[in-house]
Design a protein around this ligand. Structure first.
Ligand code: DGY
Length: 321
């Protein structure tokens, strides 16, 4: 290839990442950070060699099939790639790279924040304080769920799941997990493995989702499975919103079958189910798992490492297909 590769960058990235993009690529960027329609994206992609995209640009098969022939690689600014039809990309010979590992700690921190925020009714407590309803200390007021010594079930014990387990052990939680395969003892660190996630549910005083969104995990936490959780379990989701069935979770939060939920991700973001807002026992965040300056820089750099490797004919540091 003569000259710099032509890159379409769908979202505004952090300044250090934008600087490297400008240095190394002939780039079409998005300084206003508007969300492009699929039609706009396809038209801007004309003549581009690659796209640095993100979870806000759905790439199902019919979009992949309409990408210009010039596009040979998609580098997603995310570890999750459920928004991209990987089989369709592979069929078209389009390489896909993602950003694993660099966001494990930031996301696990938010997992722990959601766990504690839900357990201790942080939203309700801050609302009472900020709205002037705090009249006095009460022996029976704003009681949450105790964390120490409780059982935490983690669905998806990849690097983020393990980073959460490490943090939860610091709170003396007993770790259970379910994963495609059992981990080696040095990674398992004494956690109890459940080959079938259904079998883990009765052991989950707390359940955290740290799995990718797949056909198997979509709406995993439905009404039937909620019934298998201990009474008053706490639900944490920092993975992908559709892993839980919102209607079932909201009904269980209303009835008290689930004591509380700490959610950083939602189905159909940002148009999430507004019924969550009316519930005092929810602790809700707007998908900020990886949102630290350091992590977003590292994610952007890994996207560019993937692209650089592709254009240099080297293996990608983080290849999906
Ligand atoms: C990821 O990297 O997958 C984060 O959830 C952002 O989408």
């Amino acid at each position: 290839m003569s000259g710099k590769p032509k890159l379409l960058v769908t979202r505004l990235t952090p300044p250090n990442v934008e600087a490297r993009i400008a240095r190394d690529y002939d780039a079409i960027t998005n300084p206003e950070d508007v969300i492009w329609s699929t039609a706009e994206l396809l038209s801007k992609a004309e003549g581009c060699d690659a796209i640095l995209c993100s979870p806000t640009e759905p790439m199902p098969a019919d979009v992949i099939d309409r990408l210009p022939d010039s596009v040979k690689m998609l580098a997603t600014f995310s570890v999750g790639y459920d928004q991209i039809d990987i089989a369709a990309a592979t069929r078209r010979g389009i390489k896909v790279g993602n950003t694993p590992d660099v966001l494990d700690d930031a996301t696990a921190d938010i997992g722990m924040l959601c766990l504690l925020g839900a357990a201790r009714m942080a939203h309700n407590a801050t609302t009472v304080l900020r709205s002037g309803q705090w009249k006095r200390w009460e022996p029976t007021g704003l009681l949450g769920t105790h964390v120490t010594g409780k059982r935490l079930g983690i669905l998806g014990m990849g690097r983020i799941g393990r980073a959460l387990a490490k943090r939860a052990r610091g709170f003396d939680m007993e770790i259970h997990y379910s994963n495609r395969s059992r981990l080696a003892p040095e990674l398992e660190q004494g956690a109890t493995f459940h080959a079938d996630p259904e079998d883990m549910l009765p052991h989950c005083d707390f359940i955290s989702f740290n799995c990718p969104l797949t056909d198997k995990t979509r709406h995993f936490l439905n009404a039937e499975r909620i019934e298998k959780l201990p009474q008053g379990a706490v639900v944490v989701n920092t993975a992908r919103g559709p892993v839980v069935d919102d209607k079932a979770v909201i009904a269980a939060l209303k009835s008290g079958r689930i004591a509380a939920a700490g959610l950083d991700v939602f189905e159909d973001e940002p148009n999430f189910n507004r019924a969550y807002l009316d519930l005092p026992n929810t602790f809700l965040l707007p998908h900020i798992g990886s949102a630290t300056v350091e992590t977003r820089d590292a994610m952007g750099f890994l996207c560019l490492d993937n692209l650089d490797a592709f254009f240099a004919g080297r293996p990608l540091p983080a290849a999906v297909n």
